[in-house]
Write a protein that binds this ligand. Structure first.
Ligand SMILES: Nc1ncnc2c1ncn2[C@@H]1O[C@H](COP(=O)(O)OP(=O)(O)OP(=O)(O)O)[C@@H](O)[C@H]1O
Length: 328
């Protein structure tokens, strides 16, 4: 577990991190989100003892990083994938880390194999692509088989296969009961990977919540029902609208888009009326949309054309772009 208590970092007049108090729990993948300059890297650096808090504490399994006897065996981290001496081979870089932490050198070859870098292991790290540097960074994080992983933008530069690999890797680690804390600006990937979210803006905590609750809180109660028979569709729409606080639209296909009723409620009503359904699902906003709505006021480096139009998905997994029969 990672424990932050009143964690604060000021650089001159900049409050990079402002009074963060939270626990990053074991057994979950916790996504760390926030706009550029929100304080994510600074927080991670303080967890890893690379920056001193102005105030407050960051603890790993109850101890500050500096008090860990074999740090790589307590926490594995990747903060800056490119921060490697360019003339050193990937393997030599890992061997040096292993020796400093009392880790057998055979473990270096194991992790190089695990991250898919075995063939390039003896090449100078300066010749690695961004994705290869990322893989080497992850190899370093895994070296001590630690119970805690802290990864800053681990999917940066990875190809689609690499992105899926990282997703599986961190989910497997969490399933083993380890603590995984990772940042990313790729919301669609984060939605697939994280169980829990910590969102910060301008250094302050905005949300510390499960993915499910975060998305549910951002979504109005709304659902889509696919009703193949036109008469039954019209009848179900009438029944739904007979109650107050419900709006129903028909999409181009055979779907009813219902705001104000959940999929469960529509399913019960359809069953009661003998209406045949081919599909039914709650409509949820995407993580991207929920995040954009939450952080709109915390974005420090906004571009003029930030598009906050809704991108929603149903629980059945269908992602649709805004405007195609979407409720907003
Ligand atoms: N060494 C430093 N000296 C002065 N200011 C700093 C320093 N490091 C970070 N900052 C400032 O602290 C704030 C938080 O930066 P940080 O890098 O932690 O944000 P971030 O959330 O990781 O951003 P990004 O998503 O762009 O990586 C920013 O305003 C940044 O300019």
């Amino acid at each position: 577990m990672i424990t932050l208590r009143g964690l604060t970092k000021r650089y001159g007049v900049t409050h990079a991190v402002d009074d963060l108090t939270l626990d990053v729990r074991a057994g979950l993948v916790t996504g760390f989100l926030g706009p550029n300059g929100a304080g994510k890297s600074t927080t991670m650096r303080m967890i890893l003892g690379l920056d001193h808090p102005t105030r407050g504490r960051a603890l790993i399994a109850g101890r500050p990083y500096a008090a860990l006897r074999r740090p790589l065996c307590a926490v594995g981290a990747m903060l800056d994938a490119r921060a490697i001496h360019p003339a050193r081979s990937g393997r030599a870089h890992l061997v040096a880390q292993a020796r400093a932490n009392g880790i057998p050198v055979r473990r270096v070859d194991e992790v190089l194999e695990l991250v898919g870098l075995a063939k390039a292991a003896r090449r100078p790290a300066g010749t690695y692509s961004l994705g290869m540097s990322g893989r080497l960074g992850v190899a370093g994080a895994l070296l001590g088989d630690p119970p805690v992983l802290v990864l800053d933008e681990p999917v940066n530069g990875l190809d689609p296969d690499g992105v899926r690999w990282i997703r599986r890797l961190v989910r497997d680690r969490a399933a083993e009961g380890r603590t995984v804390f990772l940042s990313s600006h790729l919301m669609s990937e984060m939605q697939l990977t994280a169980d829990h979210l910590v969102v910060i803006g301008r250094g302050r905590l905005l949300r510390d919540t499960s993915m499910t609750d975060f998305l549910a809180a951002a979504s109005p109660v709304s659902a889509r029902a696919s009703v193949p028979d036109p008469e039954e569709r019209a009848a179900l729409a009438r029944r739904l609208m007979a109650a107050g606080g419900v709006s129903v639209e028909t999409s181009e296909s055979d779907e009813l888009i219902v705001e104000g009723r959940s999929a469960a409620e529509i399913g019960d009503l359809a069953h009661h009326c003998g209406v045949r359904l081919h599909g039914l699902g709650d409509v949820r906003v995407s993580l991207e949309q929920a995040y954009m709505d939450l952080t709109a006021r915390s974005v420090e480096y906004a571009t003029g054309g930030t598009d906050t139009s809704a991108v929603r998905s149903t629980d059945t997994g269908t992602a649709r772009a805004a405007g195609k029969g979407e409720r907003r």
